[in-house]
Ligand binder design. Sequence first.
Ligand SMILES: Cc1cc2nc3c(=O)[nH]c(=O)nc-3n(C[C@H](O)[C@H](O)[C@H](O)COP(=O)(O)OP(=O)(O)OC[C@H]3O[C@@H](n4cnc5c(N)ncnc54)[C@H](O)[C@@H]3O)c2cc1C
Length: 389
Amino acid sequence: MKTAIPAPDQYQDMREALRDLCGRFDSAYWQKVDTDRGYPEAFVDALTEAGWLAAMIPQEYGGSGLGLAEASVVMEEINLSGGNAGSCHGQMYNMGTLLRHGSPAQKQQYLPGIASGKLRLQSMAVTEPTTGTDTTQLKTTAVKKGDRYVVNGQKVWISRIQHSDLMILLARTTPLAEVKKKSEGMSIFLVDLHQAIGKGMTVRPIPNMVNHETNEVFFDNLEIPAENLIGTEGLGFRYILDGLNAERTLIAAECIGDAYWFVEKARRYASERVVFNRPIGQNQGVAFPIADAYIETEAANLMRFKACELFDAHKPCGGEANMAKYLAAKASWQAADMCLQTHGGFGFAHEYDVERKFRETRLYQVAPISTNLVYSYVAEHLLGLPRSF
Ligand SMILES: Cc1cc2nc3c(=O)[nH]c(=O)nc-3n(C[C@H](O)[C@H](O)[C@H](O)COP(=O)(O)OP(=O)(O)OC[C@H]3O[C@@H](n4cnc5c(N)ncnc54)[C@H](O)[C@@H]3O)c2cc1C
């Protein structure tokens, strides 16, 4: 029987193992988590216990030491199974900042716990309410006082704080007026959330369109031990940018998983649903949008694997990672819209999962980077057009 699920590839053993695991969490499970606005605790535990979330952590710290390609397959398979990797993808890429820029002592202290799942590093706090995408203007400050940094300011849309032990924080350590370039003078810190919440850090959840736990965060003289600074003071923005290629490619893979899920769901429904005495898929007006979404998904998938290949070969991949994220998010949103339309009224019923995944995949046009910012990257960095900001 034909299917929209991609043909077996070199990751097939991994895919089979992930399908076994994800298959234990059926659509009723994800519907309940979504309706309750809950956290897929049992799923994340199972994924962690099987070692999948530690795919990119080197073996010396208890991870599997796999590449971005394999890590992206984990994210893809979760979404392809009907689940939502957004509940735990932070654990996969936030640790990269620590791995690349942390001191040997920090890595030894945290990475084994992150690999085993004892510690969750699910959160990264960058976005602020008054400055949004214009990150270098952020207002949160961290001022060194003796052996501590004192943090004041506000963040918004920070994900998974209530399901994390640690959070990476970007704050300004040198005032904007005193740096040569606006990208200088910011630093990153590892915040121990158990130490911080209620002692200078306040968290207020933001109810939103998807079951994605997001929060407003307020810092009022939060004290962080100076040893929690990651890397060199003042280079934090560069470190954050460094991690974005992996993040974008992993999100692209989630979108690819979603897109194949939507195409397959629509293909099946269009083959089975009979109206006017024939399957609706016999009408080209129904079949062609499904074929179109499939073509877009296949094309986006090529760019996703190109980005993975370059990243894993330690070659520059900013263009490919951004373009993979753009193409995959576009393909998954197009596939979502098509799938809803193919299902007619039933697309709106919770039990079909289409409306849930439709909402979930829409996020990726906006976060973690909005589509316009990808255009801006490509225009400036790949095409040499004048810088606009
Ligand atoms: C569910 C969810 C989870 C999130 N999780 C996190 C998280 O864990 N950590 C974190 O730090 N952030 C997080 N974010 C924030 C997210 O990264 C931002 O929402 C996103 O980067 C856009 O920033 P903004 O909302 O401030 O939009 P704005 O910067 O206000 O932009 C609004 C719109 O204007 C466009 N725009 C702005 N400037 C330009 C320009 N110069 N040229 C063209 N277009 C422009 C943007 O593309 C966008 O479409 C999350 C957001 C959501 C919704």
